[in-house]
Design a protein around this ligand. Structure first.
Ligand SMILES: [Zn+2]
Ligand SMILES: [Zn+2]
Length: 481
């Protein structure tokens, strides 16, 4: 197959996702346009920090006819304002839920990195609105300019997340939702003659994660661009991780400290609320003490997304829908307090520092690179009653990674150019990751009846090589670009 891949991000690390698929006629599409975070940058720049100043789109865009977005995490969409500043005005394809969530994410990215000017923000959002083409899951969408069709399939990673299939050429692309008739392609020759297909995994979710359905099975791919965040690890199962979450909460009840959970606004936060509701729901039946424990959601963004998750219940999995039907409110329970204003935020930080009341705080950012979580960490890391619970991936060079590394040896972390000594307990709950683990990535590949080549992206080098080795053992052709 005569196409070319250029990886403009998430090639050496996990952030800045942006993959270009260039066709023989010289035109391209790109999949995702993510922000670089922590120490990660595009390979071509020499900045050592992926700060807001180093996000310029540093590749040619005149030949790019479409942007396809897999999901609206900031490391997959955060450079969209910079892409527009570079002059991009082509259609942006994504699922309907992603189209719904995207303006909030972009507004936040703008405020953090570029401007707080209301007029400018409205301007950018207006341009995006005009370019967006929301597409239903499982339905082929034609892109005439490129002579391809694309289809979004459930990725089970966050609300609206998808992996995307690109069918090349017009001849055999079906227009309806069912895709190719696999029975007609069952023999290997038929396989090779079917229209070539490239698949971008985006971020793949775990099976059995709260709220969301499992990823859809992969049919086939001549080239699969596959994420490998946890290519070298297997997660605890969900029951174990809920037990560990419960034991940290119990410890918090005993020694009256705060549990700090740095979380991404979208995805983890809602899953955590879901599981905390479950733990509190059961414990309160026989333990009156638990009535005191307060869950604080201190992130205006996360609160807004939680509202969206509540509205889009149709995308929830069966278990979650069931809880609602028995009158429980997984994302909106008693003793859940949402903080909006900055004043209230500062009062709460101060109050917790003094009182040591048992309390669970969920705040952004997920890798402790900014946001309100920083104030909690500065105030509470030196307090041995505090526990910090990491539930998401911590990229190299982020304060989150440093706390994970130096916390357990009573070291320090630098926050806002200040040394903060760590006396708090540090815990990592791997099972809460939004990403498929090694076994699940391999199973995803194995569901396909044909795979030509696998290109591994979106992972540290250790994760990529571990996954590559496993896949090669099973006979797959693997490339690490
Ligand atoms: Zn993601
Ligand atoms: Zn990602």
């Amino acid at each position: 197959m005569d196409v070319q891949f250029i990886h403009h991000g998430a090639r050496e690390g996990v952030t800045g996702s942006c993959h270009e698929l260039k066709f023989p006629h010289g035109r391209s599409l790109i999949v995702d346009i993510g922000l670089f975070q922590g120490a990660e940058t595009s390979g071509s720049s020499h900045h050592n920090r992926g700060s807001a100043n180093h996000q310029e789109v540093d590749f040619p865009i005149n030949h790019i006819d479409a942007l396809v977005i897999t999901h609206c995490h900031i490391d997959h969409v955060g450079r969209l304002p910079w892409l527009l500043m570079a002059g991009f005005r082509k259609p942006i394809y994504c699922t309907q839920a992603t189209a719904h969530l995207l303006p909030m994410v972009i507004e936040d990215a703008l405020k953090v990195g570029l401007t707080r000017d209301r007029g400018l923000i409205e301007g950018v959002l207006g341009v995006i609105e005009r370019l967006l083409v929301p597409v239903e899951f499982d339905v082929w969408q034609r892109i005439d300019a490129l002579d391809v069709s694309i289809r979004f399939r459930q990725a089970g990673h966050i609300l609206g997340s998808a992996f995307v299939e690109v069918g090349i050429g017009s001849t055999s692309m079906p227009t309806s939702g069912t895709g190719f008739s696999l029975s007609q392609e069952s023999d290997k020759r038929g396989q090779a003659e079917a229209s070539p297909r490239v698949v971008f995994s985006g971020d793949l979710g775990c099976k059995n994660s709260p709220l969301l359905p499992d990823p859809a099975p992969l049919e086939r791919a001549d080239v699969l661009v596959l994420e490998s965040t946890y290519g070298d690890k297997n997660h605890e199962n969900r029951a174990e991780r809920q037990e560990r979450l419960q034991s940290v909460v119990e410890k918090c009840m005993r020694d009256r400290g705060t549990v700090l959970i740095p979380a991404f606004s979208i995805g983890r936060t809602q899953e955590l609320l879901y599981e905390l509701e479950d733990i509190l729901f059961h414990e309160r039946q026989n333990n009156p003490d638990w009535k005191d424990i307060l869950v604080i959601l201190d992130s205006p963004m996360a609160a807004k997304f939680t509202e969206k998750y509540k509205v889009m219940k149709s995308l929830w999995d069966q278990e979650s829908k069931h809880r609602v039907s028995v009158n429980r409110h997984p994302l909106d329970f008693e003793r859940l307090h949402v903080i909006d204003s900055h004043d209230e935020h500062q009062r709460i930080v101060h109050y917790l520092q003094q009182s040591g009341d048992p309390c669970i705080v969920i705040a952004a950012s997920g890798m402790c690179t900014g946001g309100r979580m920083l104030n909690y960490l500065k105030a509470l890391l030196p307090d041995s009653r505090t526990d910090v619970l990491f539930v998401g991936y911590q990229a190299q060079g982020t304060p989150g990674r440093d706390i994970q590394k130096y916390g357990p040896r009573c070291g320090y972390v630098e926050l806002d150019h200040e040394k903060v000594w760590i006396k708090a307990g540090i815990h990592t709950l791997g099972g809460y990751s939004a990403h498929a683990d090694q076994q699940e990535l391999i199973e995803f590949v194995q569901t396909a009846e044909h795979i030509g080549q696998i290109r591994l992206v979106h992972g540290d080098s250790g994760a990529k090589s571990a996954l590559a080795e496993k896949l090669r053992e099973s006979g797959y052709e693997v490339c690490i670009p």
